[in-house]
Design a protein around this ligand. Sequence first.
Ligand code: FAD
Length: 463
Amino acid sequence: MAPARDRYDIVIVGAGAMGLASAYHLARALPDLSILVVEARSGPGEGSMGASNSMVRDVFSSRDNQILARNSIAFYRHLMDEREELRSPVPLLDLYGYLWMLPENLREEYFQLIARSDGAIDADPVDLSDLRACPGLDLAPTRWYEGDDAKPPPPVTGGLFGRNCGALAPEMLAQFYAEESRRRGVEFAFDTCVQRLSFEGREEILLHEPSKRPFAFQELMEGRLRIASVHLGDGRSVRTDRVVVAAGAWAERILHPFGVATGCAPRVQLNFAVSGSGVAELLRWEPPVRAIDRVDGRTRFPFLILPTGATLKPVFRQTQLWVGCLDTTAHAIGTREDPGKDGRLDYNMAELGERDAFGTDVLPAVTPYLPRFETSSVRLENAWGGYYNFSPDGLPVLTEQPYGVLFVGGDSGSGIMKADSLGRLVAARCEGRPDARLFTGESYRVDRISLSHRSVEEERIIL
Ligand SMILES: Cc1cc2nc3c(=O)[nH]c(=O)nc-3n(C[C@H](O)[C@H](O)[C@H](O)COP(=O)(O)OP(=O)(O)OC[C@H]3O[C@@H](n4cnc5c(N)ncnc54)[C@H](O)[C@@H]3O)c2cc1C
């Protein structure tokens, strides 16, 4: 789909969670500006957003993450309350809770965190005796896996049930943002890849040949250095004064050659769908918690986090669990695809999935606590992969160069649940306001998550 014009006030690269929320809030805040969203895939939300678990939570150790997530979740809930089409066929937001199975050291840390939040985080402790009823759960494993004589993983000594936590339907959120942005005049160019950004086309600027890099001193001349063009993979280009790069894991591929650092590192993360009688029995378990809601009179199986960091997401309609485990070592940093070089983005979440890694990397983190995963009662159905774009501290990054290039990203595995707040921050930044008003009315200083004036505590709960 070709852009309709050759010039826009703002070009957004990427129609993932962050680009879409940015487009929506920019169109609301600055209705007179022309805005183009360029997306390499054929629809919104088909990058890492489409590969994700799409869970939401406000249980974070960093106060900034708590605020960004809490406000976004409140907005998603408000949308669902307001619009019938966001309640079916599945609800946009389904809060069935997160249940952390905690070893002693984390139990103390997490309980202190909840106490310090003064009621802002809605989470209850769960007694060890109540966890015993979870089918097939081994609270005190004696080994990692067969033939391994390393010290076993730590015993579970209690649980924590987060109540403002659950699942979001990513395709519904993506459609909402895209349709509402379009209604406000935002244009979308799908199946269109941004290959590079450039200063070319600005009359007053001096550029090296053939690299088209600017002469360094011009950075010091106020107003001289300003982005001019966004070059597309098919050879066309559009002119603009401002670019918002919300390209997720692939942002570096167009920003680094342009001389912009993001401070972030993308890495593949895998997800596995399992089914079978062992899964069905687990899903029938009614956890002993203060239920958020009941379906058919029952408390539902929550998103479960084991002490090893392995996560199990219930997918009730398919009687499946989606199993994953945070990876910060097995995969190299970087993306396999390079839109900057190839002029297209060949991302395929199924090809990125590695079935073998289920046995080698994930099962050892699950079976000590749930030995049934080693039996035929649990069957691997599917494997796929996407990226986490890790920031150094687990908080998002929003940074702008004086020459009109803004980066929003650094999701660190929890970008969908903070996307609405980040979209508001992008809009505030483009309006020239130092503070953004988040959904609940809370004010948030935009440069808290910049690189130059960053003022955040490191996040300790990355799943
Ligand atoms: C296995 C897994 C589980 C996850 N679980 C969760 C979870 O439970 N909750 C949560 O909040 N997050 C989760 N995440 C992370 C979540 O996917 C990200 O936080 C979110 O997708 C980040 O949004 P984004 O817009 O920055 O990136 P993306 O969603 O990847 O969007 C970026 C978009 O930019 C496009 N693009 C990139 N380069 C170009 C280019 N040069 N030209 C044109 N278009 C381009 C891409 O096609 C893509 O659509 C998970 C991720 C994975 C992989």
